[in-house]
Design a binder for this molecule. Sequence first.
Ligand code: SF4
Ligand code: SF4
Length: 430
Amino acid sequence: MTANEFIAQLSQKLNRSLLSSLEACVRCGVCAESCHYFRAMPEPQYIPAQRAEAVRRLWRRHSLLPRLFPRWFGASLGDDDQELKKLQDVVFGTCTMCRRCVLNCPMGVDTGLIVRTARGILASAGYIPEGLKATVDIHLATGNNMGVSKEDLVETLEWMEEQLQGETGDPEAKIPLDKPGARYLYTLNPREPKYFPLTILAAAKIFYAAGADWTISTQAWDVTNYALFSGEDAAARQIVNMLAQEAKRLGVKEVIMAECGHGYRAFRWEGENWIGEAYPFKVRGFVELMAEFLEKGTIKVNPEANPQPVTYHDPCNQARNGGIVEEPRYILARVVKDFREMEPHGENNFCCGGGGGMLSMTEYSKNRIAAGETKARQIAATGAKIVATSCHNCLDQLAEINRHYKLGVKIHNLCELVAEALVLEPPKSS
Ligand code: SF4
Ligand code: SF4
């Protein structure tokens, strides 16, 4: 790809919000302090406007002026490959697309949108970190982003079903698989069957306690969609379609997205646009459903089961970019004894540094850990012993921050704290 081809593709993708984001920056610098990269590493290159400026620079050099004065600019465009590689490092390596800077920009510049668009164009020409590309490719090839086989999935789910029966004392307790017409189709993050099956057990316990009509598909179950991060709309569409088609085939009423910030945003808020049709089912995050179970008294909990101080990290794509802010707080107020907010929080929360697919791009790990310093300070200031969150990417990054900055906290998915606090009725058969 040449830089001119990059610009030609960018021109094709221009819509009103992208154009105004490219044009509107007045270089006021207000966005600087809103970015966790700049706060941890206060250098000009980490001011949010600089990510967009890297795209604008190409735009200006290879679009407007060369078109007006081709002979003046034709010979001075530099090495395209070098330029595009440099841009690759900026848009993949220095921005998690958390969009906190958007909230704080007086001109409404959407750096996240500019970065994702640039990522998509670069990816189409092979300018994409190998780890991120592999994650998307494995998802497309196997149906989930870790290549978990159907046999391994079923084996793990059967094992968790046995655990569920043991914990509830109910030999009839089930993790229903591929159940047509179920009310809820529950999704999983591949990390769960692969490394953290107890998170599945926690969710199963909550569904069991609620007496819910639910199922897990063994065909399409991955909650994630890394094409949101790679910017590849065609791949994003395919991934959304896998789950949407399965939900249709089973005839479920709702798809419940397991705790995953970007997966929730991708399927709930972007998916219908990508596939070009409305879903015939409802989509909610598990956090929303757990809050409803509590509100309606469908499940009973005892906060004494979680006596240690707990704080909550809002995943950017669930809170700021997904609108789920009150529900986790409603839940925590009921399932833990001592909840402490970190400041700022909710939609103004700082990214932990693990967003944007950053955990799959090992070449940027050093910066990722450095950029996590803001989150480490926030956590330490609460004095909490447990950090709850509702996203596996955040969970991984928080675990690394915990080790690196020696925070001495435990990190849990929200559903694990809910499951811990459950007050289970005796099995109906007893
Ligand atoms: S706050 Fe907005 S207008 Fe100001 S420098 Fe940042 S992106 Fe540009
Ligand atoms: S989107 Fe987030 S990571 Fe990217 S520049 Fe803005 S604040 Fe920084």
